[in-house]
Ligand binder design. Structure first.
Ligand code: IMP
Length: 199
């Protein structure tokens, strides 16, 4: 089985990605790799932040790795919170405070359309590749459900009536931005490995 470092400290993301990959790949989180750093996300785009995380970990380990950056974009607020999703209500990165701020900012808005967007940055044999995934949906007015993380309790994906926080992991992964980006990553890796084995 191939091994890849997933450059994140977010255990929710690790669990989701492991569920998507099944037994195909062995994922090592930063904690499991013995790396204890908080990688900065200083840039104005998800693409640059994802690259910052993967290149930081590649420089430290010299190993193949990938990272991801995700943002929630609302139409009524011109794409807010977007790249600032994690620290929307401050550096505490509190899920509750972030949701409270979002619901307050949207309280008089009729247009509740929003999307999660994930950008994965993969460093494979020293080169960087990016893959994205989008999940369209709506923001409801009050939290519903207790599973998941982040903005899951207020986000209903198109095609369902439940929030992500009311779904099992497998159900969320049917719709999710992260799964769509992971599907592209997996297709890329399977292809390069197939080509390598043919040489
Ligand atoms: P980051 O990618 O770790 O910077 O996360 C950005 C913010 O979006 C954090 O507040 C996360 O909690 C939130 N977030 C990222 N992915 C998801 C998701 O799948 N569901 C709900 N919130 C998410």
């Amino acid at each position: 089985m191939q091994t890849l470092i997933f450059a994140t400290n977010n255990h929710h993301k690790v669990t989701e990605v492991e569920q998507i990959l099944g037994k195909r790949w062995n994922i090592i989180s930063l904690k499991e790799a013995g790396i204890d750093i908080d990688i900065p996300e200083p840039h104005a785009t998800l693409e640059e932040n994802a690259r910052e995380k993967s290149t930081t970990i590649h420089k430290l380990t010299g190993q193949d790795c990938f990272s991801e950056d995700t943002g929630l974009e609302t139409d009524a607020l011109g794409g807010e919170p977007g790249v600032h999703s994690a620290r929307y209500a401050g550096d505490g990165r509190s899920f509750e405070a972030n949701i409270a701020k979002l619901l307050l900012r949207l309280q008089d808005e009729k247009n509740r359309n929003a999307r999660f967007r994930t950008v994965i940055s993969l460093i494979w044999e020293g080169k960087e590749y990016q893959f994205d995934g989008i999940c369209e949906g709506t923001i409801i007015e009050k939290n519903k459900g207790i599973d998941g993380f982040g903005y899951d309790p207020v986000f209903i994906p198109d095609g369902d009536t439940r929030t992500f926080a009311e779904m099992t992991l497998a159900e969320k992964n049917r719709y999710s931005h992260r799964r769509k980006a992971m599907d592209k990553l997996i297709a890329f890796l399977e292809n390069v490995i197939r080509e390598k084995n043919q040489d």
